[in-house]
Design a protein around this ligand. Structure first.
Ligand SMILES: *Cc1c(COP(=O)(O)O)cnc(C)c1O
Length: 389
């Protein structure tokens, strides 16, 4: 018999379990008991993918050419469509061959990036609170995530000036994410310029996650970091079709920017995956090159839901700002509660689930994240239940 010394690798012991799994189990239990749970915790776009994109997939699926293995670098037409989108949307010029890399959803690239860009023991600067894949990817690669706090005093932008010089000297990678999940904050041009200057000074690579760049409110327009001078020498931007085109289930995203960094990520990926289903790539081309008018209509739907959330949360005593982008409202728990205790209290007593801020890091303590991906009537009902707790 072959001796098996435990079936999970030691490195997994350093990675937190994805915290959503346990909550899903509790919500399922409550639902089995007949509780009508309103889940305001998840950030999955609930509106359908526009029909012209679905139609492109249907047609592509009927073409046997799409049934073969795709190439590693994505269809040339997809890389051109991504470059075209960046040119129109941000005024950023990208070489489709060297500065565009399609991904199987941006999370795939985010999680693999530290394998391409760091060595074991290198520091990876991650926002706290932040999207869990930044730290998890660093840990999987044997790198050392170093949390950079996002605090309300600085508009949930990291204070780059207080990162210790010794830490910067060991750091290879700085993650940024604006518009920001989970805080809903947006970044100024000055902040991006400052981050680029820091990266140049310390030889860091900036990885900017722009997944929410097209989910914006009140007329706000989110920039790409690549709009700012010098960015293409030090930055890669991750982007996604999931939020922009209501395509969370389709698994298609992109990394763009610094060519050397993208070549390294492509090398990792060519050893791990074999590209994106060509039917999905053709649908992505239809999305990127097609009619974008639905985006402002979709954002208007989200904005009305945001308004209901902000008003309802404030009325229930949970202080929060009006986010100008993202799917999220970041609200303070009442005094005397931790995030997790209050979230579980609200789930058990009101059948409403809001994500504890600590799911996104220790500096999320004191906050809950509410998402706009639920219809207005359900948000209204959730806010009424919260108000009468
Ligand atoms: C939703 C989200 C993504 C996008 O993930 P995909 O894998 O492209 O669906 C990336 N970053 C953040 C911060 C997100 O919230």
């Amino acid at each position: 018999m072959i001796a098996v010394r435990g079936k999970a690798a030691r490195r997994l012991g350093r990675i937190p379990r994805y915290p959503f799994a346990d909550v899903v189990r509790r919500i399922t239990e409550l639902e089995a008991q007949g509780v009508d749970v309103i889940n305001l915790g998840i950030g999955s776009p609930d509106l359908p993918t526009p029909p012209h994109i679905v139609e492109a997939l249907r047609e592509a699926a009927l073409d046997p050419v799409t049934h073969r293995y795709p190439g590693y670098a994505g269809l040339p037409e997809l890389r051109q469509a991504i470059a075209g989108y960046y040119a129109r949307r941000f005024g950023v010029t990208l070489d489709p061959d060297s500065q565009v890399l399609p991904l199987i959803g941006s999370k795939e690239g985010i999680a693999h990036a530290p394998l391409a860009w760091t060595d074991p023991g290198d520091v990876v600067l991650v926002p706290d609170p932040g999207y869990p894949a930044y730290a998890a990817g660093a840990l999987l690669a044997g790198a050392e995530p170093h949390p950079v706090p996002l605090r309300p005093e600085t508009g949930f932008l990291p204070n780059l000036e207080v990162i210790p010089v010794e830490t910067l000297a060991r750091a290879r990678l700085l993650w940024l994410n604006y518009p920001n999940n989970p805080t809903g904050a947006v970044a100024t041009g000055d902040f991006f310029r400052q981050a680029i200057a820091l990266a140049r000074e310390y030889g860091l690579l900036i990885a900017h996650d722009a997944a929410y760049c097209d989910v914006t409110y009140d007329g706000y327009v989110a920039p790409s970091i690549l709009e700012f001078p010098g960015a293409e020498q030090v930055a890669v931007e991750f982007n996604s079709l999931s939020k922009t085109y209501n395509m969370g289930g389709w698994r298609v995203g992109m990394a763009v920017g610094n060519a050397e960094a993208l070549a390294a990520l492509a090398q990792v990926k060519s050893n791990v995956d074999t590209g994106i289903f060509p039917g999905v790539q053709r649908a992505a081309i239809a999305a990127l090159t097609g009619d974008h008018s639905f985006i402002s209509e979709r954002n208007a739907v989200y904005q009305r839901r945001r308004d209901l959330l902000v008003e309802g949360l404030q009325a229930a005593g949970l202080a929060c700002d009006w986010p100008r982008a993202t799917l999220y409202v970041w609200a303070q728990v009442p005094a005397g509660w931790t995030s997790a205790d209050f979230a579980h209290h609200v789930l058990e007593q009101a059948g409403v689930w809001l994500t504890p801020g600590t799911f996104f890091g220790a500096h999320g303590e004191g906050y809950l994240r509410a998402s706009v991906t639920t219809p207005e009537e359900r948000i209204q009902e959730a806010m009424e239940r919260l108000g009468s707790l």
